[in-house]
Write a protein that binds this ligand. Structure first.
Ligand code: GLN
Length: 197
């Protein structure tokens, strides 16, 4: 059976774990570098990117996760997780992973509508996905190797993929719709387990 990790430092990692199990994966919570061994994919959940970044630095997780990303290891960042993946994270005051060629702006949707929901067409899914945005970032620009996989009706980018790196500005783990978790599990299935550190 496939084993996927969920970074469990802060944020809604428990909801991702539930969604991954429903999508057919075994799940490990990742808090230390050694927890990465044996995984075939990793989800970085939503939460507070400043806190997640601070804890990844404290627990020496930035470098091993960067190294995995550079080797093509599947990593999916949702909301704060997407901010962690971005090469440029506007509004983040500390180092992040910086492995995905895109610029992300934190809290891009203003206080009056800082949370909203919308049925969103997403590349790779046949029917729209009910997307929940909570103080979400927006993907302001993407590099040449990054495919835009979802945008709002006004054109703002809210999901992207660069090889095995996925970013969504919304929270698929909160809707009970497993399709994006199934997609990620199918990507991770082709991955050899990460080695012990
Ligand atoms: N606003 C948060 C941040 O900048 C992200 C919110 C979320 O993950 N739902 O980190």
């Amino acid at each position: 059976m496939i084993r996927v990790g969920v970074l469990a430092l802060q944020g809604d990692f428990a909801e991702h774990a539930t969604a991954l199990r429903r999508a057919g994966a075994e799940v490990s919570e990742v808090r230390l570098p050694r927890d990465l061994a044996g995984l075939q994919g990793l989800i970085i959940p939503g939460g507070e990117s400043t806190t997640i970044a601070r804890l990844m630095i404290i627990y020496d997780l930035l470098e091993p996760v960067q190294a995995l990303a550079r080797r093509g290891f599947p990593i999916w960042g949702t909301c704060a997780g997407a901010i962690m993946l971005a090469r440029h994270a506007i509004g983040l005051d500390r180092p992040n992973l910086g492995v995905m060629d895109m610029t992300v702006r934190r809290n891009a949707f203003g206080s009056q509508i800082d949370s909203f929901e919308i049925d969103l067409p997403v590349h790779g899914l046949h029917a729209p996905f009910h997307a929940v945005f909570i103080r979400a970032p927006v993907i302001e620009s993407t590099g040449p190797d990054v495919e835009v996989t979802a945008a709002l009706p006004d054109g703002r980018i809210v999901a992207a993929r660069q090889g095995n790196l996925l970013a969504t500005a919304f929270h698929p783990e909160l809707t009970g719709d497993q399709r994006l978790h199934e997609l990620f599990v199918s990507i991770a299935e082709g991955q050899a387990p990460a080695g012990a550190k």
